[in-house]
Design a protein around this ligand. Structure first.
Ligand code: GLU
Length: 449
């Protein structure tokens, strides 16, 4: 059978199996279509049914999470852990607490994580977990009770050599603290079974900054392939969480002017660009007071808050989507291109729809998929695990050096893999091919398990 026919049949079988899992299939389709030349040169992957095996999570755990609010009212959420692939190491990936969490969204994220982790060069398998629980609007004690209840079940399934969760949307150091505390209480074991811990109890310096910094390093690397750099470039960043804020910080340090960013309420256009004073204000607003960007508008002259509006119409050279999946559509891509955007560097997982990606690739601008450019976070999680095993703490500079080295190596792997298969400069194909091959070869070596 020819490869196109095989891939069409393969995708049809996937959608037939779980017709409702739309985002998961979107992620699978994106990966397998770019693998065509790899499958043609390595028929063993087809013979050994590697695609059929790699899209099937090794295990999915679904459980009840009952908890009590401050008034004594009873609530029930659903908890998940998708242990996707352990060919390269223990399952590794974040925990998402958000109302949109379903088995579909976590399968998509676990699948992406498997290849992202493979690209980091570290011995990490892929997983993802979470709950349809939203931390927004909950008191700290409610969040604590929820996290404890979540771990009362999950602790059976995770562990230092088995599965190491971390944070993700709605799950930061506070939630990791509550989960780690309960895990330690139940197991009577102080190990690095979570990453994203605070540095005073086992966390790595630079972990909070790592994803955002990595995005900026990756953008710098991409621009360098065209003899360019971030110096003097105008940039926009969507999403105002850990990833967005630290991407803004590093882009600015590397010489770019960040004129647009956004949160759940709307976006800011600030012609002046984010400077140190503005960044300090933003960090306090987002991380400490958990407030809305409307306050930024009131504080800084010349900044405009655009209620309910995204950032994509703001003219820029570099755009970094860092909010959530499918946040950047074809019409946004076309607007970015019309305004002269040269580089799109994804900070979240699959933020650009397939049509938007096509538009960027067709226009020939630099475009990198999240599994490559946002891998800095999980990479530093891997370094946190190393430090925990060695019972040492590295300095910020040491961790930053490793982070840069890893981001450079991911960038290089994407370029080399794309070139090897005749797709020069295609970061999406390069990331998928390099990430996949390592996992696929390990699966072949380990036999039918
Ligand atoms: N949730 C982050 C990601 O999407 C980090 C995962 C981790 O550190 O394990 O890569």
């Amino acid at each position: 059978m020819d490869t196109n026919a095989y891939l069409t049949e393969f995708m049809a079988a996937q959608t037939k199996k779980d017709p409702a899992q739309k985002v998961f299939h979107q992620a699978v389709r994106e990966v397998v279509t770019t693998l065509k030349p790899v499958l043609e040169q390595n028929p063993v992957y087809i013979q050994e049914k590697i695609l059929e095996r790699v899209v099937e999570p090794e295990r999915i755990i679904i459980f009840r999470v009952p908890w009590q609010d401050d008034k004594g009212g009873v609530h029930v959420n659903r908890g998940f852990r998708v242990q996707f692939n352990s060919a390269l190491g223990p399952y590794k990936g974040g925990i998402r607490f958000h109302e949109t969490v379903t088995q579909d969204s976590l399968k998509f994220l676990g699948f992406e994580q498997t290849f992202k982790n493979s690209l980091t060069t570290l011995p990490l398998g892929g997983g993802k977990g979470g709950s349809d629980f939203d931390t927004r609007g909950k008191s700290a004690s409610e969040v604590m009770r929820f996290c404890h209840s979540f771990i009362n079940e999950l602790y059976h399934h995770i562990g230092y050599h088995t599965d190491i969760p971390a944070g993700d949307l709605g799950c930061g150091a506070r939630e990791i603290g509550y989960m780690f505390g309960q895990y330690k209480k139940l197991t009577n074991d102080f190990t690095g079974a979570f990453t994203g811990k605070k540095p005073n109890w086992g966390g790595s310096l630079l972990r909070p900054e790592a994803t955002g910094y990595g995005v900026a390093y990756f953008a710098q690397n991409m621009l360098a392939t065209r003899g360019d750099s971030l110096k003097g470039k105008t940039a926009i960043v969507s999403g105002c969480g850990n990833v967005g804020i630290y991407a803004i910080e590093k882009l600015t340090q590397l010489g770019a002017k960040v004129v647009g960013f956004m949160d759940y309420d709307g976006s800011i256009y600030d012609e002046h660009g984010v400077d140190e004073e503005r960044l300090t204000f933003l960090k306090d607003l987002v991380f400490v007071r958990r407030g809305s960007l409307r306050e930024y508008d009131k504080k800084f002259k010349g900044a405009h808050f655009r209620s309910g509006k995204k950032t994509w119409d703001i003219p820029c050279d570099v755009a970094c989507p860092t909010a959530c999946e499918n946040e950047l559509h074809e019409k946004d891509a076309k607007e970015l291109l019309r305004n002269g955007c040269k580089c799109v560097c994804e900070g979240s997982n699959m933020p650009c729809t397939p049509e938007a990606v096509d538009a960027f690739q067709h226009a020939g601008i630099l475009y990198s998929p999240g599994k490559a450019s946002n891998a800095g976070g999980v990479a530093v999680s891997g370094l946190e695990m190393t430090q925990n095993s060695m019972r040492v703490y590295w300095t910020r500079e040491e961790v930053d050096q490793y982070l840069r080295r890893i981001m450079n190596s991911i960038h290089q792997s994407c370029l080399s893999a794309a070139e090897e298969y005749g797709l020069k400069g295609n970061y999406m194909a390069g990331a998928n091919i390099a990430g996949f091959k390592k996992v696929a070869d390990a699966m072949l070596d380990q036999g039918l398990v």
